[in-house]
Design a protein around this ligand. Structure first.
Ligand SMILES: *[C@@H]1O[C@H](CO)[C@@H](O)[C@H](O)[C@H]1NC(C)=O
Ligand SMILES: *[C@@H]1O[C@H](CO)[C@@H](O)[C@H](O)[C@H]1NC(C)=O
Ligand SMILES: *[C@@H]1O[C@H](CO)[C@@H](O)[C@H](O)[C@H]1NC(C)=O
Ligand SMILES: *[C@@H]1O[C@H](CO)[C@@H](O)[C@H](O)[C@H]1NC(C)=O
Ligand SMILES: *[C@@H]1O[C@H](CO)[C@@H](O)[C@H](O)[C@H]1NC(C)=O
Ligand SMILES: *[C@@H]1O[C@H](CO)[C@@H](O)[C@H](O)[C@H]1NC(C)=O
Ligand SMILES: *[C@@H]1O[C@H](CO)[C@@H](O)[C@H](O)[C@H]1NC(C)=O
Ligand SMILES: *[C@@H]1O[C@H](CO)[C@@H](O)[C@H](O)[C@H]1NC(C)=O
Ligand SMILES: *[C@@H]1O[C@H](CO)[C@@H](O)[C@H](O)[C@H]1NC(C)=O
Ligand SMILES: *[C@@H]1O[C@H](CO)[C@@H](O)[C@H](O)[C@H]1NC(C)=O
Ligand SMILES: *[C@@H]1O[C@H](CO)[C@@H](O)[C@H](O)[C@H]1NC(C)=O
Length: 460
């Protein structure tokens, strides 16, 4: 949809802006999420409704019954410290020793990532897809001519400081009723400004009609991380091992596998292992962030296998590597084909030009942290290809930042005020999107809500 911007005349912003110093807030202490270690991640009975969590068996059973913790699975082995030589104790505070087959040794797991708030107990027992009715449209969005520009230095006043809850209860609680969400991962906006939400914890894709507030379930009992809408309003989503395309013939939605294998995860060129980001270009080429394989793949329309376009050199931080890549964005206007990648564990944004063997760091890359020049697990990116401004969901810092091209640091545009469910806060923000008026939508994951921040046109 950004292609349309070239047809429009951008007006420059001349607002007055203030710099606001930000501090990060320590996570509150949370109850440990425990599990039966026979429950594994990809079975129909995974330990948590959060698809990012899996059960790690404890090396030493606690209290005679607790045999595992349910914890975020995506941690890089290189960032994990081995347990003490007894294979039971850890010398690092607030960690617990777990068996890790992936890391091939017992490792000290941070208990903060094994809380019942991060990994709530699972309530989904089956993963059998159910197709329900939906409507789609091929109308293209109309876009505001006024846009945020690169001439500004700070951006606090460009979006309202308080978000409005447009989906979910809003106070942090989750639920499975039609108007509730359960650890949503991502939001997409169609040409009618309707919201399509990956309600991941409930295993369903929800559609919120903007015109009348009606909410419908497009698909239920599915694994779903990300949603993406192309220029024809086709909906794409990624699950554990593939990318699916939903298209509507009359009222019945059909599902087609457009990348990966819908049955098995793997590292072959026709497979994916926990895709964590999607971009579909105007030709229908699917770009997918193949998180557990530390690579980004490109699948042409009807292709039976993908082509590696970034990474695939193992888990690491060298410039030819990625570590658990998440959201991606492809520039179709300026540097056509350049891919911007949230290099999650490396706390940086990498840009890979077409055919490149190496990535270039364009944001972050200064270690994990809360400084303005740092990111703490970047999870989502939107690029404005005209201005080359990047908008990033800085997951661990509970903030959304704007990063100008070649800037040494970012500017906070939303959040950064602590971690709870107040209107100016987030609790682990994930997917971000803009509507055609540059209003910002944030998937406030652990607050179980979608927040909308109004774009302040008078700041331009
Ligand atoms: C763990 O799950 C397995 C398989 O469902 C079951 O046989 C076993 O009894 C469970 N153990 C506990 C302690 O709940
Ligand atoms: C965990 O590791 C310990 C020590 O290596 C081993 O004795 C135990 O069997 C392992 N437990 C499981 C469930 O794999
Ligand atoms: C084990 O039991 C003790 C005493 O009941 C309790 O204080 C502790 O929290 C328990 N540990 C876990 C991990 O539940
Ligand atoms: C700890 O685990 C390692 C394998 O990771 C094994 O070689 C070693 O013998 C174990 N040590 C003890 C005390 O069990
Ligand atoms: C789908 O639409 C058809 C035709 O209007 C209707 O008969 C059917 O009940 C609908 N199914 C659901 C699940 O809403
Ligand atoms: C949020 O609101 C719902 C509905 O009013 C209520 O049931 C729930 O207890 C509230 N949760 C919190 C954390 O205040
Ligand atoms: C809400 O709007 C959508 C799209 O215009 C329409 O399909 C749907 O029937 C409407 N629902 C109600 C309850 O009016
Ligand atoms: C997997 O994809 C193939 C080809 O699109 C389709 O025939 C099959 O029904 C799908 N299976 C599942 C479990 O979705
Ligand atoms: C691919 O997966 C296989 C089986 O799990 C493993 O043996 C192999 O080392 C993997 N290859 C790469 C490049 O990671
Ligand atoms: C892809 O396959 C579909 C169904 O066979 C076909 O209609 C379409 O033309 C193909 N597209 C391309 C670009 O090959
Ligand atoms: C919108 O921007 C103008 C100009 O910078 C500023 O005076 C005003 O306070 C802003 N409004 C909001 C709601 O932030």
């Amino acid at each position: 949809m950004f292609l349309l911007y070239v047809l429009l005349t951008a007006s420059l912003c001349h607002g007055q802006f203030q710099t606001t110093a930000q501090s990060t807030t320590a996570s509150p202490s949370l109850a440990l999420a425990t599990c039966n270690s026979t429950l594994c991640k990809w079975s129909s009975m995974s330990c948590s409704s959060n698809l990012d969590c899996e059960c790690f068996s404890l090396t030493n059973t606690v209290n005679g019954t607790i045999s595992g913790i349910c914890a975020v699975a995506d941690l890089s082995c290189t960032s994990m410290i081995r347990c003490n030589s007894d294979n039971i104790t850890c010398s690092i505070a607030q960690t617990i020793c777990v068996n890790s087959t992936r890391c091939q040794q017992p490792v000290c797991y941070p208990m903060a990532l094994a809380s019942i708030q991060i990994c709530p107990p699972n309530r989904i027992t089956t993963l059998i897809p159910t197709v329900t009715n939906a409507t789609t449209s091929s109308n293209l969005p109309t876009l505001a001519t006024t846009r945020p520009t690169s001439t500004t230095t700070t951006s606090r006043t460009m979006w309202s400081p308080n978000g409005i809850t447009v989906a979910g209860i809003g106070n942090g609680s989750w639920g499975s009723a039609m108007n509730e969400l359960n650890y949503p991962r991502n939001v997409a906006i169609d040409s009618h400004q309707n919201l399509i939400i990956a309600d991941s914890g409930n295993g369903r894709i929800q559609k919120y009609f903007t015109s009348n507030g009606t909410i419908i379930t497009l698909l239920s009992n599915v694994g779903v991380y990300h949603v993406f809408i192309d220029q024809y309003d086709n909906i794409y989503y990624d699950d554990y091992s593939s990318v699916q395309k939903l298209s509507s013939g009359g009222l019945i939605v059909t599902k087609t596998t457009v990348a990966g294998d819908n049955r098995t995860q793997g590292n072959k060129t026709n497979q994916l292992n926990q895709p964590q980001g999607l971009y579909i270009d105007r030709f229908g080429t699917v770009y997918v962030s193949d998180s557990q394989n530390h690579r980004v793949m490109k699948w042409y329309v009807n292709a039976s296998e993908g082509i590696v376009v970034a990474g695939s050199n193992g888990d690491g931080s060298a410039s030819n590597q990625l570590s658990y890549p998440h959201s991606i964005f492809v520039d179709e206007v300026n540097e056509v084909g350049a891919i911007y990648i949230c290099d999650f564990m490396n706390a940086r944004i990498q840009k890979w030009l077409p055919g490149a063997q190496l990535g270039i760091t364009v944001a972050g890359g200064n270690g994990i942290g809360g400084g303005l020049n740092q990111l703490f697990y970047p999870v989502s990116i939107i690029l404005d290809p005209i201005t080359r401004i990047m908008y990033l969901a800085d997951y661990g810092n509970n903030r959304i930042v704007k990063w100008l091209p070649n800037a040494k640091q970012g500017q906070i545009i939303a959040g950064g005020n602590g971690q709870s469910a107040r209107a100016n806060e987030f609790f682990r923000p994930q997917g971000i999107k803009f509507d055609s008026n540059w209003n910002l939508f944030v998937t406030d994951w652990a607050n179980n809500r979608i927040q909308k921040f109004l774009f302040n046109v008078s700041s331009c």
